[in-house]
Design a protein around this ligand. Structure first.
Ligand code: MSP
Length: 655
């Protein structure tokens, strides 16, 4: 029988900055879903990619002094770029599309022309508001307090000759799709779309720009480039070969089973995307799922706000699987969730180290200790086992029900309830007590361990989509062969041979010392923050002119340090006794204790201005000022006293 096809997509990401944990969240969720569907036996197509056109990229490239193509290559394909991030996160995408790929560009031109030819794209004048960072056009009525309703930033007036898509024509059909089908989930997003966008009246959409050039050119009207969202949305079809010969999978995979998208781009996917497909007479995707955001301190992460969390750092510290697991175990996929390091560490400690890790290590350790790793056949079940075994038998169905609704958190909850039950079963059956009399209880002890190994096996099959590498290790340790790692096997009890061979391995998820770790994270974040600061900052030069005569009045002299002491009760001031060539010692106080040890300065020749009016500091007279060079380095003020050649005699005038 032919495998069931399943086509799932992430949004294609803007390569305008390094991706953060929020982007990773969406891709990991899609990956878990793709792996789950493969596990269940589907023929999966998992697409991700990058959305590389638009004014923002053009501007950023200009700022960086490179071409837009070089700019995006640097973020997508260069070492440490998006492709590397997905490799690191063990993302199993089957295809990766870049909207700058030649086949996609040519296809977009044909698509645009087709909608122009059928009358759904027409030429007019665009007047309205434009949000540059979001690359979104808005009408006055859509703005929130005069600002972009998506990101809250300032919008600009925009007026230019442009092409429009007859979005208004499809308003009723789109409303029907949203209200009367399961096209858009979760349901709360439907109300948002209908109330905020459809009820106020769908206006035709501006779909070309002339104010920048980094986009797909409208081939029949030079000077216009296709609006980035048309270019972007059709990626889901061009990547399968729509209007191009690069690929040839449209028949198998279109319509898509689900587009996973963040909540702020649900509007594009649930209104504009179906309307364009209707215009082209193409089948609609079966579902759009609008997931929530990962927030930091209650706000959306963004590079410009400087509050992004780097997935590479977290994966490096805790392992890729722990990070993947945390993202899907902790936050309900359809709602926003607050990211914090505490929560991450707590989840790793509780679920992975305590519950799963302990279950695996205790079970394998006991199998090794009591049976040298190989259980004897012929063990007996007991009444006490039924509660655990029944729970495991029904687990796959309960898990499947949640996975089919994209409720990763609930699916994992089912698995972890079972793991916790198994840990309790160890306490109930007391294997260590049984082991005291192996002759009488050996068969019973083997049965207990077998039940634990079977429980671990079924849970591990179901955890495969979330933590693929760790699950392989657990299978190795617990002696699960290939046929005991399948989806079918997860619904069956007794897939391990009775005399299963166990090999205890290293602890999979070491416990983390929360307080110590938080401190280190804080330090690492501070270092990263500093490293991101400009290396050296110097004060801009003054525009204010000083006339020559005034300048000449300043009397700069070489002075030799005869003595230098800290000023009592001051952590800033040093007291200098100086030879200024007059034969009388000069005293100057200088606030430089942070940078110099007094003894290091004795004997040095410095520069002082000597005709400043004397002033008192900490009860001591200061007659003049020592001259220093100052700058800022990684946010920290740096100071260097000007020291001159010791051959210069004390009192020599500097001019
Ligand atoms: N290029 C468009 C998508 C075009 S799809 C045809 C885009 N790119 S994006 O890079 O800005 O965002 C990609 C996805 O990352 C979006 O779904 C967005 O919601 C998601 N996320 C970005 N920050 C996020 C969080 N902090 N939390 C969760 N998801 C977030 O939009």
């Amino acid at each position: 029988m032919d495998k069931k096809h399943f086509y799932i997509t992430t949004p294609i990401y803007y390569p305008s900055d390094k991706l953060h944990i929020g982007h990773t969240y969406c891709t990991v969720a899609t990956d878990a879903m793709a792996r789950y569907k493969r596990l269940t036996g589907c023929d999966v197509m998992f697409l991700t990619g990058t959305d590389e056109h638009g004014q923002k990229i053009e501007d950023k490239a200009k700022e960086a002094g490179v071409t837009p193509q070089q700019f995006v290559d640097n973020i997508v394909t260069a070492p440490g770029g998006i492709l590397d991030l997905w490799k690191l996160m063990n993302i199993s995408n089957d295809r990766f599309i870049r909207t700058t790929d030649g086949y996609h560009v040519a296809a977009i031109q044909k698509i645009f022309k087709k909608m122009y030819d059928n009358g759904d794209i027409y030429k007019g004048t665009y007047k309205g508001k434009y949000c540059k960072p979001c690359e979104s056009f808005w009408t006055e009525s859509q703005l929130k307090d005069g600002k972009c309703p998506d990101c809250g930033r300032e919008v600009q007036d925009a007026e230019e000759e442009a092409y429009f898509f007859r979005l208004s024509k499809y308003a009723d059909r789109v409303r029907d799709l949203l209200e009367n089908t399961d096209f858009l989930e979760p349901r709360s997003r439907v109300h948002e779309m209908v109330n905020n966008f459809i009820k106020p009246g769908l206006e035709d959409l501006c779909v070309s720009r002339t104010s920048f050039t980094w986009g797909v050119p409208v081939d029949f009207d030079p000077g216009h480039v296709v609006y980035v969202w048309i270019d972007a949305l059709f990626n889901y079809m061009t990547a399968l070969g729509y209007m191009n010969d690069e690929h040839d999978d449209l028949d198998q995979y279109w319509p898509a089973d689900v587009h996973f998208v963040g909540k702020e781009i649900v509007r594009f996917h649930s209104i504009i995307w179906p309307a364009m497909l209707m215009s082209m007479d193409l089948p609609l995707p079966k579902k759009v799922y609008g997931h929530g955001w990962l927030l930091l301190d209650g706000g959306k992460m963004s590079k410009s706000k400087g509050n992004v969390v780097d997935p590479v750092i977290l994966a490096g510290r805790y392992g890729v699987d722990a990070l993947r697991f945390f993202l899907l175990r902790t936050f309900p996929f359809g709602s926003d969730g607050n990211f914090s390091n505490e929560l991450l560490i707590q989840t790793i400690n509780t679920d992975l180290a305590n519950d799963l890790g302990n279950l695996v290590s205790r079970t394998t350790a006991m199998a090794e200790k009591y049976f040298a790793g190989k259980l004897p056949a012929g063990h007996q079940a007991a009444d006490l086992d039924a509660a655990l075994v029944d729970m495991v038998r029904g687990l796959r169905d309960r898990y499947e029900e949640q996975m089919e609704k994209f409720q990763f958190q609930n699916a994992l909850e089912e698995v972890f309830k079972t793991i916790q039950r198994a840990n309790k079963y160890i306490d109930e059956t007391g294997p260590w007590a049984l082991a005291k009399d192996m002759e009488a209880n050996g068969a019973r002890l083997a049965a207990v361990l077998y039940n634990l190994l079977e429980t671990v096996r079924v849970c591990t099959v179901l955890l495969l989509p979330f933590m693929p590498d760790s699950c392989e290790k657990i299978f190795e340790q617990t002696g699960a062969a290939a046929e005991a790692r399948t989806w079918d096997s997860a619904a069956r009890w007794g897939m391990l041979p009775a005399d299963v061979q166990v090999r205890k391995g290293e602890a999979l998820f070491p416990r983390i010392d929360m307080a110590k770790e938080l401190e280190e994270l804080e330090k690492a974040a501070e270092e990263a923050r500093r490293a991101a600061l400009p290396t050296v900052e110097i004060e801009p030069q003054s525009d204010e002119m000083v006339d020559f005569d005034t300048f000449c009045k300043s009397d700069f002299r070489a002075v030799k340090v005869k003595d230098c002491q800290r000023v009592k009760k001051s952590d800033k001031l040093l007291r200098f006794t100086l030879d200024d060539g007059t034969g009388t010692d000069r005293q100057i106080l200088s606030g430089i204790a942070k940078w110099y040890q007094p003894e290091d300065l004795i004997g040095r020749t410095l520069v002082a201005i000597v005709n400043l009016p004397p002033r008192k500091m900490m009860g001591l007279q200061s007659c003049g000022m020592l001259i220093s060079a100052v700058h800022t380095e990684r946010g920290e003020e740096c100071l260097h006293l000007i020291m001159v050649d010791d051959a210069i005699p004390a009192g020599a005038k500097l001019c």
